[in-house]
Write a protein that binds this ligand. Structure first.
Ligand code: LHQ
Length: 259
């Protein structure tokens, strides 16, 4: 359900249930989580690239999995979030390596919000984002109510989530929800180029940068300046910093090892 391959330091992950627009069943949840855990542990992984197989990126939860017409007790969706979505979201946000996302087609429900949790998001111009939750009586989960409010502010976040209307990739880029909307055929080449460039970068410094940007909204400037000091101290001790400065002085491109 998730295709994984490591190439040039990039762990390529492809959500792979194209017949169901890559909606999440338990198998796919487990497979994605396992791969993001691997990204945490494996030094050979220096960037993650997430995309979807077929014409969609991800349609959120597989709604066929819990068909109310089949009867039975009402489901505990809080348990589903605790068990599946939230651990993966946390793993993506705490991974101190860049996560690049190529939204190749429709991203709905939790599928959209997983994309918004990634660090650099490119989308095909034909792709759209739908906060589909309100259509079925749910709330925007997988971090959506947090990231949309934070990135867009209340007026746009509320309209998008309450109305569940599709948002085109170019509009999402104009609003700062994603990095770029690109021509469909340029999506993968451009995303791979960015991912490979990041994978050849100073991984520790990039990871600390991600940590700082994410922490910024959560603490006052005073505490943040202390955090920048601590992170810069760590970055300054890496071999990659020494290499970066040496390469600059020698007027040649740096060769970073990721440590
Ligand atoms: C699907 C799905 C899908 C199953 C398309 N499931 N089959 C968290 C906690 C626990 C539980 C609940 O949820 C959550 C988080 C969530 O993500 S809730 C939101 C769940 N997602 C949705 O509500 C989106 C449902 N899908 C759609 O609205 C449409 O499919 C979109 C707008 C994504 C795409 O529309 P189209 O391009 O017109 O494609 P389609 O609707 O024809 O879908 C293609 C196939 O994929 C189709 O199957 P079929 O056998 O008829 O070809 C769909 O049934 C299937 N599919 N989404 N979520």
């Amino acid at each position: 359900t998730v295709l994984a391959r490591l190439e040039a330091g990039v762990l390529h992950l492809t959500l792979n249930r194209p017949d169901k627009l890559n909606s999440f069943n338990e198998d796919m949840h487990r497979a994605l989580r396992k791969q993001v855990e691997r990204a945490h542990e494996d030094d050979a992984v220096r960037t993650v690239l997430l995309t979807g197989a077929g014409r969609g990126f991800c349609a959120g939860q597989d709604l066929g999995d819990r068909d109310p017409r089949k009867g039975g007790a009402k489901p505990d969706l809080g348990h589903t979030l605790d068990t599946f979505y939230n651990p993966t979201l946390r793993l993506i946000r705490t991974l101190e390596k860049p996560v690049v996302c190529a939204v190749n087609g429709v991203a709905a429900g939790a599928g959209a919000n997983i994309a918004f949790a990634c660090d650099i998001v490119l989308a095909a111009k034909s792709a759209k984002f739908i906060q589909a939750f309100s259509k079925i009586g749910l709330i925007p989960d997988a971090g959506g109510s947090w990231s949309l409010a934070r990135i867009l502010g209340e007026p746009r976040a509320k309209a998008l989530t309450l109305l569940a209307e599709p948002l085109k990739a170019e509009q999402a880029a104009d609003w700062g929800l994603i990095w770029k909307a690109v021509e469909d055929e340029a999506l993968m080449p451009e995303t791979i180029k960015i991912a490979e460039r990041l994978a050849a970068g100073p991984t520790v410094g990039l990871g600390l940068t991600k940590r700082l940007i994410q922490a910024a909204a959560e603490q006052p400037l005073d505490a943040h300046l202390d955090m920048e000091r601590d992170c810069q101290r760590s970055a300054g001790l890496t071999d990659d910093y020494a290499e970066g400065v040496t390469a600059f002085l020698e007027k040649r491109p740096p060769v970073f090892q990721g440590k």
